[in-house]
Write a protein that binds this ligand. Sequence first.
Ligand code: ADP
Length: 606
Amino acid sequence: MLLLLTAVFVPYLVLAALSLRMIRQERQLETRRAVEDRQRRLTLAGQQLLSLLQNFKLRQLAQLPPRSDRTTPGPPVDKCIAFVGLVREGRLRLPWDDDPGVRLFRGLVTEARFASQLGQAGAQQRAARYDQAAAIYNRVIEAARHPAQQAYARLLLAQGLEKAGRKPESRRQYERVLELPLEHVDEYGVPLAFYAAPHFLGDDLRRQGILRTIRMAAEREGRLSPAALYQARDLARTLKVSELESRFTEQIRDREQAEALQADFARLVPVRPAREPLWSAYGQPVWLISVADAWVLAVRAGEALRALDSTVRLAGHGEGDSLGESLPGLSVALPATVELPANYRRTLLISALTLTLTLTLLAAYLLWRDVRRDMELAEMRSQFVSSVSHELKTPLTTVRMFTETMRLDEEMDRQTQCEYLDTILSESERLGRLVDNVLDFAKIEQGARIYHRQPVRLEEVVEESARVIGYPLKQSGFTLDLAVERTLPPIEADRDALLQAILNLMTNAMKYSDKSRRIGLELRHEGDDALIAVTDYGIGIAPEEQARIFDRFYRAPASQSQYIPGAGLGLTLVAHIAKAHGGDVAVRSSPGAGSTFTIRLPIGAE
Ligand code: ADP
């Protein structure tokens, strides 16, 4: 058995250990694969982003005016670009810093004649001489050589008229300014039309015009000055166009970030290593900044990644992964991907291993069951030999005793001789039948035992068994209390089998009687059952043993310790025979007081 366990469990444990190792290796491989995949995706995203940025740079470069005339950098070539700035004397110039409109305006309003006339008009106005002031303004407007000069004078006129309480005239002047294109800006870069706009917000007709104007302003992305954006946002807010308002808010945030960058610029530039291409991350939302050949390009990193349709997203500051040395400071996050094939493979592997291990265990169990059966069979065979001799001993003894008695007693009368010879004859016949029965035990084991039934009078069977056992009983000094009820009808039964069952009980009663020399044999009926009871007053059977004594080869420890011979087969046969006749056998016993075995057979059931 130990060999079997070793033979099965050692390979099993080896297989289990190998499986575990394989699963662990597979998991490690998977982790490594995931890391490599992640790295690959990051590198790819980095390369894609860099090439997009370089593309912006080249296209933007193509837009730049020649170096000699570089006052404005030209409009951004892509929506992702936050601004294009110029570097002059180590300072970053933002697009709206060099608005040509601003420069033009400054030139126009400082023209000597224009400025002096406005000065006069202003003085009249301060002295509350509104008519005179208006007359000067009107003259200036007529003489103005540029629409911006006209508009500026009109604005001042309109303000004066308003103060004078001449609302309709003032309004007419504002109306003219309102029609002015957005290019005409003041020294802060604010379109002059924006100053007129607030006066018409209550006018439904004009509102639409104003809305169109600020919408156009929103489209001129990157060109409006911060001051102009603040005014445009106020207008959008008053007009309750939240979409425009948030666009301006965004642009204002861009301007603020650009101005912060402008302030930090001197600090940023020297840390830039010479290696190209290099895009440093700056601010929040993150911009990628490239400083090249006296101009600066700022690209919105989040939008550029979205434009690439990349799986990579911007991460918060200090977390996430880097996209490489060319993009310092940029933190990105990779969304976790579902590694389906690897998981699938692992599940398959685990299932296969579980199946193999289960099959091994099952095979081991079947093998163990077979071996156990073989061992039981071997034990049974050895028990069988002794049980056969046990079964044959009683009739053989009887035959021998009668024969010996007859030989010794030469003067035996004829009647006794006949009686003895009858007994010897019936005993030898029974011996033959017993041999058959014992051999039938094998058939019982196979479930192929056949009983030959015929009408049997039970009192005859009981009396015959008493007669057969009578001599050995007398020899051992036993008294038999025989009580036979003679009114029972015959039953369909195998006479020899019943006889064998009763004789087995009687033999046991003799064997286990200890010092007692009384045995009871009774036939009676109880309801529809016939009961054959064999009683002794011997060693008895412990309650916990009583259920097991009918098992084949089972012998109670008490009988074994007292060296009472037996094979543990007698009661097995009794139980089988009783059951085959539709009845059963029961025991009532207490240790030291004796036992009663009762065979119950149904009357007329067969
Ligand atoms: P055997 O008597 O050959 O051992 P049996 O099958 O006839 O086998 O009986 C099984 C066991 O039951 C016996 O070994 C014995 O321990 C117990 N037994 C049977 N009959 C009696 C009895 N009349 N009194 C006490 N014990 C008994």
